[in-house]
Design a protein around this ligand. Structure first.
Ligand SMILES: CC(C)(COP(=O)(O)OP(=O)(O)OC[C@H]1O[C@@H](n2cnc3c(N)ncnc32)[C@H](O)[C@@H]1OP(=O)(O)O)[C@@H](O)C(=O)NCCC(=O)NCCS
Length: 337
């Protein structure tokens, strides 16, 4: 049967759709699992979303994605993602990257084990442990799958723990399900009291795209990510092509997002998409992403990517609705204390 770990993955469901002559009639459905509760599951099929009561499910299992990305594609995207979230302190072990940013976010404080570390695997993991110990930080390694599965096996043997999986999702630009054209985007420096309004209809909200984040924007980011050390400003701003989305309602910032273009100009990266709880489900996140996608496409990006925790059901549903699919996943592995 299915588990929460299957959310975001392709599955096939055989369900009972009726009874004839005392025998069950079955129907199969194939698609991406977008939601799983105790009573029903939601499957994104080619024909749209299908909600199936769990009581009707005869059998269900995960199936491989239609097209697995090549190892080279995973490496290219992981490198574009690293450029989009640049840790100020960096080291190398052969091709592997070592990253540190005063502990601000897992990604910027983890090793990325792709390529050749120029030494046997156990020695490479020893070197990662030493590098982080020298900085007084826990050793963390992000293992993109299936590429870094051998690294994962070595970490299993050493008793490293595993955080919940992260989905790396992509969509071609322009996004297939853009919001209605009533929406508008303002390109100007954020001044903290922009004129946009969230009026219960997110599609009419004005999204301001600024080259730098306002202090209010940083405060929301700090609330989400747990503080904002100096290194965090570097991670957020030290990218040549970057925009910070601001949506205001009555002078208060209510929704934010960040877009970057990296990977030789190909990849729009979306991060810190956040809407204040009081104004969720009004289409604001959709608008923010549309605006960043328009900007990304206008400067030449052909695809968008983002990273989302598999267990973040709201965000996974949002991205699915916008046409994103899972490119690959990664696991965050943490050394035992
Ligand atoms: C995820 C988040 C950004 C969504 O913002 P939002 O403004 O409420 O999203 P939208 O109103 O634009 O939603 C658009 C569509 O996404 C899907 N969606 C959004 N939130 C959902 C939820 N809680 N459950 C199911 N589907 C959801 C729906 O399809 C929705 O369309 P609908 O309302 O017509 O059904 C918001 O919940 C949030 O800020 N969460 C905390 C921060 C976070 O997790 N950010 C993402 C990090 S990767």
């Amino acid at each position: 049967m299915l588990r929460q770990q299957d959310v975001g993955h392709r599955i096939v469901v055989r369900r009972i759709v009726g009874i004839r002559d005392g025998r069950p009639l079955f129907s199969d459905a194939l698609g991406e699992l977008v939601e799983l509760s105790e009573t029903y599951l939601t499957l994104a099929t080619e024909k749209g979303n299908l909600r199936v009561p769990v009581a009707q499910v005869h059998r269900a299992k995960r199936v491989p994605p239609t097209r697995r990305p090549t190892a080279a594609a995973v490496v290219a995207l992981e490198r574009a993602a690293d450029e989009a979230w640049p840790a100020p302190t960096r080291g190398r072990l052969g091709d592997w990257l070592l990253r540190s940013a005063e502990g601000w976010t897992g990604r910027a404080n983890s090793a990325l084990p792709i390529g050749d570390p120029d030494r046997p695997l156990p020695a490479a993991v020893d070197a990662v442990e030493t590098w982080y110990a020298e900085r007084g930080q826990p050793a963390i390694i992000n293992t993109p799958l299936p590429l870094a599965a051998p690294v994962g096996a070595e970490l299993d043997e050493r008793g490293w723990t595993t955080r919940p999986p992260t989905l790396v999702q992509t969509a071609p630009l322009p996004l297939p399900d853009a919001a209605p054209p009533a929406a508008s985007t303002a390109h100007r420096a954020a001044d903290g009291n922009g004129g946009g309004a969230a009026d219960g209809n997110g599609a009419s909200a004005v999204v301001e795209l600024a080259a730098a984040p306002s202090e209010e924007w940083l405060a929301i980011a700090a609330g989400r990510k747990g503080g904002l050390p100096e290194a965090a400003r570097h991670v957020l701003t030290a990218v040549d092509q970057v925009r910070f989305a601001h949506v205001y309602a009555n002078g208060t910032l209510v929704a934010i997002g960040r877009g970057t273009v990296t990977g030789q100009g190909r990849w729009l990266g979306l991060s810190l998409i956040e809407v204040l709880p009081a104004v969720r489900r009004q289409g604001l996140a959709h608008r923010v992403i549309d605006s960043l996608a328009e900007w990304g496409a206008s400067v030449g990006a052909t695809h968008a990517f983002l990273q989302v925790e598999q267990r973040n059901a709201a965000a996974v549903a949002l991205y699915r609705r916008l046409g994103f699919t899972t490119h690959h996943t990664y696991l965050t592995r943490v050394a035992p204390h």
